[in-house]
Design a protein around this ligand. Structure first.
Ligand SMILES: [Fe+2]
Ligand SMILES: [Fe+2]
Length: 156
């Protein structure tokens, strides 16, 4: 699996989890909390491998336009990480605000994923050769594992 395939697989999983979350009702307390936790873990891992490994490789190989795309993507990560997700985490899963906040997270992430898959990844495929994409994937897999282990240690 190369770097782009790995990121797309992550996207698919997050989209599935967000769909599941949007189908829950305020009675599904445990399911909602569980899904928020799983989505958070996926996002923490995914954002890290993009910002620490994938985006810098692309930025380095690209031009001014790619740099613009890089900063825009990072801002979207920041909005999710420091605003929308923390808000959802502190929202009672049986409260009236939950569904609306979950929807905002879903729409923001779907938009972000679409831009990455339709603009950024095709660009990366022209800028980065196959050995590079494979090498990035190995580093990304490792970083995901490390983050997950840390996360589980913290939760234990
Ligand atoms: Fe991203
Ligand atoms: Fe992504």
């Amino acid at each position: 699996m190369n770097a782009i395939e790995l990121l797309k697989q992550d996207h698919q999983l997050v989209k599935t989890l967000l769909d599941e979350l949007s189908e829950t009702t305020s009675r599904a307390l445990k399911k909602r909390s569980e899904l928020v936790r799983r989505i958070e873990l996926e996002l923490v891992q995914h954002t890290a491998i993009e910002e620490k490994i994938f985006y810098p490789a692309l930025k380095q190989a690209g031009d001014k336009q790619d740099e613009k795309m890089y900063f825009e993507a990072k801002e979207e990560h920041r909005a999710v990480e420091s605003l929308v997700l923390p808000d959802l985490k502190k929202t009672r899963p049986d409260g009236v605000e939950f569904a609306g906040r979950a929807k905002v997270l879903k729409e923001l992430l779907e938009h972000h994923i679409r831009e990455e898959e339709e603009e950024m990844f095709p660009r990366a495929e022209t800028l980065l050769d196959h050995p590079t994409l494979d090498r990035l994937a190995v580093a990304m897999q490792q970083m995901k594992k490390d983050i997950k282990a840390q996360w589980e240690k913290r939760a234990a």
